[in-house]
Ligand binder design. Structure first.
Ligand code: NAI
Length: 272
């Protein structure tokens, strides 16, 4: 059911790779809720082609941008405001990649060039997006910027390796930029910390199935789906959450506040 929460709002949605992507679901819901927006992804992701179907369905233009390139981001914000007919009201940062994880490097044996890439793609890109938008004055007053993150920024998960550090930087950037953007333009900035979700990025983490099950059995409500994450993003883009900024918002069925659940205790009992 649609509520018209984004009627008349303009936005930019990054990171829709295929229909499993959280950003894909956000785009579908943003369209249902009345928004117009542009879609963006790294030029290499365009070659896979799926984003074109999404763009057709949403009547949205695609503007390729490598999120580590300030030049690409300048083009993204300039073109988006031209195409959409004004400043944007919301921006979704849904971008993450670690070459160390892709290549199975342990945290005690990281390749530092790849580590820099992980941080650049997954965290600094968020700063670059906002700095570019700020300089171009491309986001309206009371606009909302959201990035997706994971709880490994606060607690250790063995296979999340350097992405944990990237997410910690990402969440810190939300606070630091959120303060400044709030003061200067009343723009709010938040991160949503989502449950493990079976997507291309999520599934790439070693042992994903096991920690997906562990989180599902620990959280009193179970894991939050990509669709439910999209619902939360929409509320954060809407005017109903105007005074929320600089927060890391857990969207994880209660996982982050649970020590141990009865289900996990039963599993341990069975093993004894
Ligand atoms: P996904 O693989 O569908 O999305 C990741 C996106 O990042 C892809 O569209 C990819 O093309 C894009 N990307 C990579 N390098 C880029 C670059 N240089 N420039 C622009 N875009 C680039 O996976 P998912 O899960 O939808 O990921 C979206 C966000 O959600 C990521 O930040 C991820 O860390 C976060 N997240 C995912 C969770 C999960 O379990 N899947 C849990 C919590 C957070």
């Amino acid at each position: 059911m649609a509520y018209g929460l984004l009627n008349g709002k303009r936005g930019i949605i990054s990171g829709a790779l295929d229909e499993k992507s959280i950003a894909w679901k956000v785009a579908l819901k943003a369209k249902e809720e009345g928004a117009t927006f542009t879609l963006t992804n790294a030029p290499i992701a365009m070659r896979m082609g799926a984003i074109k179907q999404l763009a057709e369905h949403c009547n949205a233009e695609i503007i390729p941008a490598d999120a580590t390139s300030v030049e690409d981001l300048e083009n993204l914000f300039t073109k988006s405001t031209e195409i959409l007919g004004g400043k944007v009201d919301f921006v979704l940062h849904s971008i993450g990649m670690s070459p160390n994880i892709r290549k199975g490097k342990a945290y005690t044996d990281l390749n530092y060039d790849w580590f820099k890439q992980s941080i650049d793609i997954s965290a600094l890109s968020f700063h670059k997006m906002m700095q570019t938008a700020h300089k171009l004055d491309a986001i309206s007053e009371w606009g909302s910027v959201v990035a997706l993150t994971y709880m490994a920024a606060q607690r250790t998960f063995p296979f999340y390796t350097d992405m944990a550090d990237a997410k910690a930087v990402l969440e810190s950037i939300a606070r630091s930029f959120g303060y400044r953007y709030g003061k200067s333009h009343k723009v709010r900035v938040n991160t949503i910390s989502q449950s493990p979700t079976p997507t291309t990025a999520g599934g790439g983490i070693g042992g994903f199935d096991k920690f997906y099950d562990f989180a599902d059995k620990t959280a009193p409500l179970g894991n939050a789906t990509a669709d439910q994450c999209a619902d939360y993003c929409i509320t954060m883009f809407s005017d109903l959450t105007r005074m929320v900024t600089m927060q890391n918002l857990f969207h994880d069925g209660g996982f982050s506040m649970t020590g141990i659940s009865e289900e996990i205790m039963e599993l341990i009992n069975k093993e004894q």
